[in-house]
Design a protein around this ligand. Structure first.
Ligand code: ZN
Length: 149
């Protein structure tokens, strides 16, 4: 099958909406005066990575298929980076990073405490995601407490 700009475009769209949908990146190509350029575009703001440039259409297609195969392999291995981090990751990071784009530029809102649980409304300055951080009552400690007079 002959690779054309149209078929490349179709394939990239198909992959971005398919196998690459749950990964941290998408694929993009561009036709320049010197040939085709294929790059990975990260959803978290990491600068895009050029895979091949000044390539022929069939070389570009091969690069695109390489990404598709790699993404499938990663997915099958269960290590694909989903769009949102897991609860474990969020907790391990101390709730200091946006669960979507991993930015530390988040603005924590006020705390609502109720029956051993505190909910904090947070939002990400970078990607505009809003979420609630959930804190659970863990312990009590008299030794370091001082009485409010
Ligand atoms: Zn974010």
């Amino acid at each position: 099958m002959k690779v054309t700009e149209k078929s490349l475009k179709f394939r990239c769209t198909e992959l971005n909406l398919g196998v690459l949908k749950d990964t941290s990146f998408g694929i993009r190509f561009e036709r320049t005066a010197k040939g085709y350029m294929v790059e990975l575009q990260y959803r978290d703001g990491t600068p895009s990575k050029v895979l091949i440039q000044e390539a022929s259409a069939s070389e570009a297609a091969a690069a695109v298929e390489g990404v598709a195969l790699g993404a499938v392999a990663v997915k099958d291995a269960g290590t694909g980076k989903p769009e949102y981090v897991t609860r474990e990751t969020y907790v391990r990071q101390g709730g200091e990073r946006c669960p979507k784009c991993q930015s530390k530029d988040i603005s924590p809102g006020h705390l609502i405490a109720s029956k051993g649980i505190i909910i904090q409304h947070c939002s990400c300055v970078r990607c505009d995601l809003v979420w609630n951080s959930i804190f659970r009552l863990d312990d009590y400690d008299c030794s370091s407490a001082t009485k409010d007079e």
